[in-house]
Design a protein around this ligand. Sequence first.
Ligand code: SF4
Length: 133
Amino acid sequence: MERTKNPCLRRRCIKCCLNTQMPLSDSDVARIKGLGVSENLFVVERKGLQKLRNSMGRCVFHNGQACTIYGDRPEGCRIYPVLFDRDTKEVILDRDCSHKEEFRVAPGISHEIIRLVRRLDAERNSRLKSKGS
Ligand code: SF4
């Protein structure tokens, strides 16, 4: 088997790209639009939160073999399976990840995800405010 540091690629696992609920930051949307993809093709917005669109049960950018925007994938996809648990306020590995035991939560990642969650919340609040909701 090909050796790569990334367990997702090594295991050829696409579980987290199936019926994804991955949030998108404003900079994710701008970067992906810069690839020439129209926003309404990949963004769904609910209650101010932008998320990746799914098509045929998987992320619109997954072609059944691989992520077609891997180098430009959203920040949340880069950090996953590390998550911020809003109830316990802890940085954890997602229980649903099939290979979570092969990842570790590095200290730098904890700070990165906390900053990302704060930014996503601020962007969501700003979107809701501008819509007067
Ligand atoms: S952008 Fe790529 S890595 Fe992220 S959910 Fe979609 S296919 Fe998977």
